[in-house]
Design a protein around this ligand. Structure first.
Ligand code: HXC
Length: 258
């Protein structure tokens, strides 16, 4: 079961952190549904391998540029370059993120700053750099940020990431209000734990917490990258045209608090 195969035909998209995990699943679905897609991240080896896999396994022609979302001027040049090569930019998916488990009383100020810088400042940098192109999108530009449900609940031992994601959510609300006049929609998807991602592998499975986490998910399984990709496609397609400034939670009804 999927969207009609031409759902994203004629659209151009950039997925930050699109070489791996949830980002790669988003790229795959956007591409399969007809969008021209670009990816950026820090590691060229990841980007190259991903582009090759998208071509060989999925039959999708994806372009890449090396970029660090923390570097405002650098990422501005990267986004302009990508938009030129794609012939515009309709959709920006702010997916690049960094995270690690660390009790807050032990967290160094540089550790805190690093995650805020990648997640929150990086999202701001990309949104601002993409705006001139999103403004020109014929059916309205789209920003979709990838957040987490822990942004609302607090995220013990990942307070840095929880705070950054909460900031991202608030930023999306501000952008939806300020940039609606340009036709730009800004929303966020909040995934629960998604199987096969670095986040779940490193933060849940490697900590021996898989069974405990699954008990808290009424639907009984981790999500799949495709579940998040479906949500992103809805928000960035013409079907999501009147949705802006809001959250789409995709977490199997997970309950962390009680
Ligand atoms: C404590 C740590 C640490 C750890 C890094 N730091 N890892 N502190 N515990 N495990 C501290 C370092 O000591 C340093 O502070 C500061 O953070 C910067 O670390 P660097 O390694 O120099 O930074 P950098 O190379 O830029 O790496 C960024 C990173 C890294 C975020 C720290 O983990 C990374 O690049 N990760 C890859 C992307 C990623 O994490 N993806 C998963 C996202 S999952 P000092 O003070 O020593 O200088 C996600 C959702 C998960 O977001 C959902 C699960 C349910």
């Amino acid at each position: 079961m999927s969207f009609a195969e031409n759902t994203m035909a004629g659209k151009t998209a950039l997925v930050t952190g699109g070489a791996t995990g949830i980002g790669a699943a988003i790229v795959r679905l956007l591409g399969k549904l007809g969008a021209r897609v670009a990816i950026t991240s820090r590691k060229e080896e990841n980007l190259k391998a991903a582009v090759q896999e998208f071509a060989e396994k999925d039959g999708i022609d994806v372009i890449y540029r090396v970029g660090d979302v923390r570097d405002a001027d650098g990422i501005k040049a990267v986004i302009a370059d990508i938009a030129t090569e794609l012939g515009g930019l309709d959709i920006l998916v702010c997916n690049a993120a960094g995270n690690f488990i660390c009790p807050t009383e032990e967290l160094s100020s540089n550790g805190w700053r690093t995650v805020i810088d990648i997640d929150l400042n990086g999202t701001f940098n990309c949104c601002q750099a993409a705006l001139p192109f999103l403004k020109k999108a014929t059916r309205g530009g789209r920003i979709v940020a990838i957040s987490t449900t822990h942004a609302d609940s607090g995220w013990p031992t990942a307070a840095h990431a929880g705070a950054a994601k909460a900031g991202i959510q608030n930023l999306m609300k501000s952008l939806s209000a300020e940039w609606g006049k340009y036709g730009v929609r800004a929303n966020w998807v909040s995934p629960g734990p998604i199987e096969g991602t670095e986040g779940v592998d490193r933060l849940i499975i490697a900590q021996g917490k898989a069974a405990e986490v699954l008990k808290r998910i009424p639907l009984g399984t981790f999500g799949q990258g495709e579940d998040i990709a479906n949500a992103v496609v809805f928000l960035s397609s013409d079907m999501g045209a009147y949705v802006s400034g809001t959250e789409l939670v995709v977490d199997g009804a997970a309950r962390w608090g009680t």
